[in-house]
Write a protein that binds this ligand. Sequence first.
Ligand SMILES: N[C@@H](CCC(=O)N[C@@H](CS)C(=O)NCC(=O)O)C(=O)O
Length: 202
Amino acid sequence: MKLYHVARTRSVRVRWLLEELGVDYELETMPFDPKALQSVDYLELSPLGKVPVLVDGATTLFESVAIIQYLLLHYGDGALEPDSQAPEYGVFLQWLHFGEATLMGAMANIVQHSYHLPEEERDPRTLARAKRQLNHYSHVLEEELGKHEYLVGDEFTAADIVVGYVFYLAKLFKVFPDDCPKLKAWFDKLKARPAFQTATEV
Ligand SMILES: N[C@@H](CCC(=O)N[C@@H](CS)C(=O)NCC(=O)O)C(=O)O
């Protein structure tokens, strides 16, 4: 199995999960550079020219959360997710997808409109709205984490990985909310995991 990875990007999620599961994999670390991501060879794996990509035998996949679900199904042996028949399984799927479909949208706009885009393309109103969204979503999570230790009850699951990655970026880009103590305590627990530390090595 081979993971195409760029430091600090969404491929961190996949690397983190592989480390948690103890699965053998080859890591292809690339620069965050169109020369690599738009090369003819790479576009054959990811027509979008984005990371992550996972190649597992005859299966080649992009989309980080799809890769996470695939890995749990094929290599998880029941780890890091509730049983599919358990009442909390739906809640697990909800947070898993919230992490990319909702939360990451706000974080991506913050990164794009404060750093990545050329200055003339940065829009202060989009940035301000994204910051308000991140703040709103963080308070929703703060409420949730007041009820249990992790996003899905008291067990660490892959939903914590998908959502936790966004708060790793929030720390890096200095927008981690400072009025969410439970969210901070949860993130501190995630950061202490050896698999997180390996996945975020640069
Ligand atoms: N929804 C996709 C998003 C993938 C994505 O946007 N990856 C970024 C890095 S975090 C990327 O490769 N960007 C390079 C580019 O757009 O040129 C996923 O979750 O995998």
